[in-house]
Design a protein around this ligand. Sequence first.
Ligand code: SAH
Length: 262
Amino acid sequence: MTKVNLLLNLPLLDLYQAAAGLGRANMSSMLAPQADRVMALSEWEDRWQEGRIGFHRPQVNKMLEKNIDKVLNGRTGVRFFFPLCGKAVDMKWLADLGHSVVGVEISEKGIRDFFEENNMTYSVETVASLPGAKVFKSSEKNISLYQCDLFNFSSSIEGQFGAIWDRGSLVAINPRDREKYAALIISLMATDCRYLLNTVLYNTELHKGPPFVVPDEQVHTLFGSHCSIELLNSVEALTDRYRSWGLDYFTEIVHLLIPKTS
Ligand code: SAH
């Protein structure tokens, strides 16, 4: 971004923050109960091994389906990035539509389950530039899943992407890693990238997470200097699962982020 652009964008950001002045006080009190929560990678693997994967959905995500035209923006054969992909069936859906998918997931079980449950054969290779990592590639579809810590992944491995679908990812990483996460995601965005981001809101006094709450205002502080940000949907989604956590509301928010240089 040029210096001029940066300067031009500042007043807008200030304006946003001033308008959200009240929200800012709310934001810190909203974030405080979860700020120090840390999930070790081994805890995620335990969840996979024990089948405690309530985050997984057997159907294609409604928010993705609803907004796919905005993400594609007329393009075909788009390269999608799935941070913290789990075994999301959305990856197969996109590959069936002719797009390609690169995902990153720490759980080898999650990755193998994805291919096996979708009746896909796959190969496994080591990754020269990522010691300890493996890449699982579908033999028929254009899907490559890297088994590694997301924070070891970079644009030197698969280049940049034309789209990112972030469901259960920004909300799943430890809250203290958000700035690092935003920097990584920005570095993976091609200039024409369209980043669909699903976040959640609920009363953080009532549930420790994950998923962790990411207020809209924080989406702006994390990505606002590099991306234009559009709020697409805000949907009340309280289900029995969330009621059983003691929650009284559970809102799913979707933003579309586009690099300012595009
Ligand atoms: N996006 C998927 C999975 C969400 S749950 C979905 O919507 O279904 C979060 C996933 O991220 C888990 O599968 C967990 O194993 C994985 N994970 C958590 N931290 C990670 C990290 N630092 N690097 C890679 N994978 C991670």
